[in-house]
Each structure stands twice: as C-alpha cells, then as structure tokens.
Ligand binder design. Structure first.
Ligand code: APR
Length: 187
C-alpha cells in the first residue's frame, strides 16, 4: 500500500467524539458558534471555546484559525469558514479549496499528527456534497504529497451517504495510484 494512501481515511462518526490532534469546524465568519457541526463542537467543548473564539475577531471565507479543544477529546479545533453555495459563483471552488489548504497549513505548522475534517459547506451552506468532496480529497492528496505533517487526515462523515461518496472517491484514487500520486482524475 502506498504510504500516501494510508495517510488518508474516511470515517463515519460524530466529529466531536474523535480523539485526534485537531478537528476542523465548519464555522461562520463571526466564529461565535451556530448550528450544525459548529453547534455540536461548541456544545461539547464548553464555554471556554467561545471565550477564545471571541478573541479571534472572526474569520474570512477560506481562512482558518486554531483554538484549543477544551472539553473535546481533540486537542485543538481548527475553525474554517466555507463559501455559501450559489449557482455560477466562480469563486466558491477556490474558497472551499482554501478552507482545506489553510487548515492543513496550520496543522503542518503545529506539526499535528492527526486531523479530522468535517464536510465544510455541505450542510447549511448548501454545497453539493460530491463536488465538495472532490475538492476536499484533491486538496488533501496534493498537500500530503508534499508534506509529512499532518501525518494522517480523516474525512469525518456524519451520514452513510456522505461516507459512501468520500469512500468511492478515495477508492478511485487508490486504485489509480501510480508513481505520480497527484496525477489522478476523481471526476
Ligand atoms: N460531526 C460530523 N459532521 C457533522 C456533525 C457532527 N457532529 N454535525 C453536522 N455535520 C456535518 C453535516 O452533515 C454537513 O455534512 O457537517 C457538514 C457541514 O454542515 P454544517 O454544519 O451545516 O456547516 P456548513 O454547511 O459549512 O454551514 C456553516 O452552519 O452551523 C452553521 O455556524 C455554522 O453558520 C455556519 C454554517
């Protein structure tokens, strides 16, 4: 098994239960909490997470900021703000790509071993899951091809459907693995 392919895995879980170095939150630009995975993370982390978030002065779309995990089993939370999906919005693909890239850069800089992504923008923000998953998987593969940290990336799916979408993409990539791990077609 190619060492790169063993560094990427999809799991079906509640991200707040994962004992990893960092979980990636699908936040909004205020960083003051909300519903969905953001609400779940704040609920388990406790009020100290919000208190730290308040010191961060928000977060722009595509950017990422890190806080402690507090009462979560994860050591850290990386908060990133995905685009709100709109037909024919030409920037959103790059904005979503930036969410994954900037979260991975933080993980690299902090030398985190394990990081778990929620499916950014695919809930309230309406991004079609398959399109978002192709962007996410591609970004992670390319980044891990060049960096040894994070050592392992989990895509954390909250539903069976999402899990199957990610698993299909990863299987497609792993079965096409050549000596050029970034020359792949996930479409
Ligand atoms: N664990 C893992 N994944 C989860 C969890 C959970 N506990 N809860 C929800 N999800 C999944 C959803 O199924 C979806 O696929 O996270 C993905 C992202 O959905 P949202 O949480 O709605 O995030 P997003 O679409 O990026 O919208 C962000 O929603 O909650 C608010 O404050 C948030 O305003 C922001 C907006």
């Amino acid at each position: 098994m190619n060492s790169l392919s063993s560094r990427i895995e999809v799991i079906k879980a509640d991200i707040t239960s994962l004992e990893v170095d960092a979980i990636v939150n699908a936040a909004n630009s205020s960083l003051l909490g909300g519903g969905g995975v953001d609400g779940a993370i704040h609920k388990i982390a406790g009020p100290d997470l919000l208190a730290e978030c308040k010191t961060l002065n928000g977060c722009a779309i595509g950017q990422a900021k890190i806080t402690k995990g507090y009462k979560l089993p994860a050591k850290f939370v990386i908060h990133t703000v995905g685009p709100i999906y709109q037909e024919n919005n030409k920037n959103q693909e790059q904005e979503l790509r930036n969410c994954y890239l900037n979260s991975l850069i933080i993980a690299k800089e902090k030398k985190l071993a394990t990081i778990a992504f929620s499916a950014i923008s695919t809930g309230v923000y309406g991004y079609p899951v398959k399109e978002a998953a192709v962007i996410a998987v591609r970004e992670v593969i390319i980044f891990l091809s060049d960096h040894k940290f994070p050592a392992k990336v989990f895509f954390c799916s909250f539903s069976e459907d999402h899990y199957n979408i990610y698993q299909e993409l990863l299987n497609k990539w792993k079965s096409s693995l050549t000596e050029y791990p970034t020359s792949f077609n996930l479409e």
